[in-house]
Design a protein around this ligand. Sequence first.
Ligand code: BTN
Length: 333
Amino acid sequence: MKEKILRILREAEDYVSGQELCELLGVSRTAVWKVIVQLKEEGYQIEGVKNRGYIVTAIPDVMTEAEIGSRLHTSVMGQCCICCKEVDSTNNRAKRLADEGKPHGTLVCAEHQTGGKGRRGRSWSSPPGEAIYMSLLLRPDINPTHTSMLTLVMGLAAAKACNQVLKRRLGEKAPMVQVKWPNDLVLEGRKLAGILTELSTEVDYINHVVIGIGINVNTQAFPEEIAATANSMRLATGQIFSRAELTACCMERFEECYEIFSRTEDLSALKEEYESLLVNKDRQVKVLEPGHAYIGQALGINESGELLVKKEDGQVLAVYAGEVSVRGIYGYV
Ligand code: BTN
């Protein structure tokens, strides 16, 4: 009910009477009033005016089920949403929930991670309150060898969502978020977000996939080791963004992209849009494979989501997004 009240109050541009809320929700005035009191305790500023009703005048930047749910327009992704104040890692929590039987599309978010995980056993700095830490549980009925493409689908969806939110606020002046193949988002040449996809499989089928993403939304300062290569939407624009709005938007864009991906189980229909946001495209890159490194020009991706790299001798290689890392020849991009 909290989610519904929030949605009604936010979407109405004027006061909504207590009577109207009662009728829309089929509950008593006392029940509505109790939720309004709870919301105020959580930091919402809600004015109640006699004979006019309620209006929301300020919304706190909280990652709660009600705040995210009240902004969500999806049919599957994020419809089951679990938000924690503190967790070891949202990916770990999503995996535990998968074992408990939570459905396809379950979203796990946290204000703070005590053991945030990055790729290749690295840690992911996860201080409270400023960034998005979320993991999406999927139970896809696809060939396990196709799962690495899901990282690219999430990368594309999240980049589109960030751009939508940035444009909504800054119009044509908004800086553009791009994708760095295979699992980073980039803003002004620095890392804005990282994706960690984890998989539970049997010999020939997938139990579940967890796609975790950390987005530096309102982060004001980074640990020294990453300060030169990391960026946040706030540092780039000087503006503060609603993490719940961006989370809901990521779920919406992901639902669309996932639907398109599922029709063919490849990236054929998403390739063009992916390449339009691909920061590596046409650039010189250094491909770091375990025990082997080479330089070439990134041409784009193929339908399987592999990066096409033209080596100096003219040979074009398709690089699989496994243990590979791709850098610019002079730095991060
Ligand atoms: C990387 O760039 O190395 C991937 C970083 C992935 C971080 C996210 S934050 C939410 C989810 N939970 C984790 O423990 N990791 C991912």
